[in-house]
Design a protein around this ligand. Structure first.
Ligand SMILES: Nc1ncnc2c1ncn2[C@@H]1O[C@H](COP(=O)(O)OP(=O)(O)OP(=O)(O)O)[C@@H](O)[C@H]1O
Ligand SMILES: [Mg+2]
Length: 259
């Protein structure tokens, strides 16, 4: 059985794609079966996973039916199989939203048909909430990771994130800057408001993230010992614990992580 993990945010540029790519790469590095599904029209996550060329065809492209996703699955230099969005259009996006809304189990069914290894974690990169496709991913997911940048925008939009995810979100603070007292105050506010929905790991603002993006090398592969690389090691370890607890109760991760 696959574990679906939706990566969402209500703040733009929060770091959804960054967290998706580096967390997936860290899972692969730890020997865990993993894949990325890109439900974002930007069609850009391939670059973070090391692909040099834009993926022309993907799950959001015209002519690719949901039961044809296996044909667009790609290997990446990061060692993470990718179902890219591919080039898309408004019409394709709204068709996908309609399909997902009308067939709640459809996303899991089509991912299962792709033939990923049993037990694979499928990290789903999404467009910024509110977005119909992202909400469908949240509804289908076993675990929802909400990326909240430790910024004023992140703090201001945090309640919308928690509401949109119906209390099921686990919040990952991103771009934390420990050397800034303003940033630390914001982090305290985000943690205070989120309570135990906030994961006990934060991703620091780190130039290594931009360098990794520019070089198309994930932090797990770079092995540069950066703060962000360490953060993703901790996030992966937290995720494994959360999944183990979830899978031990009621047989599904969803049971253990629903709030
Ligand atoms: N922890 C971090 N440290 C430094 N830079 C970061 C960090 N996280 C994200 N960034 C940078 O912030 C920018 C936005 O990140 P990203 O593209 O992952 O966000 P997103 O939520 O996917 O945005 P979009 O709304 O465009 O899809 C990128 O340039 C990325 O390199
Ligand atoms: Mg993105």
């Amino acid at each position: 059985m696959l574990t679906l993990i939706a990566i969402v945010s209500t703040a733009g540029g929060a770091g959804r794609s960054t967290v998706t790519a580096h967390l997936a790469a860290q899972l692969a590095h730890a020997g865990r079966p993993v894949a990325v599904l890109e439900l974002d029209a930007q069609n850009a996550i391939g670059a973070l996973l090391g692909l040099r060329k834009t993926c022309e065809t993907g799950v959001l492209s015209s002519g690719v039916a949901p039961d044809g996703w296996r044909a667009v699955l790609r290997d990446t230099p990061a060692g993470v199989p990718l179902l890219p969005s591919g080039r898309t259009s408004v019409a394709n996006l709204s068709a996908m939203a309609q399909w997902l809304q009308g067939d709640v189990g459809g996303l899991r069914r089509q991912l299962t048909a792709v033939g990923l290894p049993d037990g694979a974690r499928v990290l789903i990169d999404t467009q910024r909430l509110p977005d119909a496709i992202a909400l469908a991913a949240v509804a289908a997911a076993d675990l929802v990771l909400g990326i909240v940048p430790v910024t004023t925008a992140g703090y201001v939009t945090q309640p919308d994130l928690m509401t949109a995810c119906d209390g099921r979100v686990q919040i990952v603070p991103n771009v934390a800057a420990a050397n800034s007292s303003l940033n630390n105050d914001l982090l305290n506010l985000i943690q205070g408001r989120g309570g135990d929905a906030v994961v006990p790991v934060r991703i620091h603002r780190d130039i290594a993230v931009g360098m990794a993006a520019a070089n198309g090398v994930t932090l797990a592969k770079a092995g540069d010992g950066s703060q962000a690389a360490l953060d993703f090691i901790h996030l992966e370890a937290w995720l494994q614990r959360a999944m183990d607890v979830g899978e031990g109760s009621e047989g599904t991760a969803r049971g253990g992580t629903r709030r």
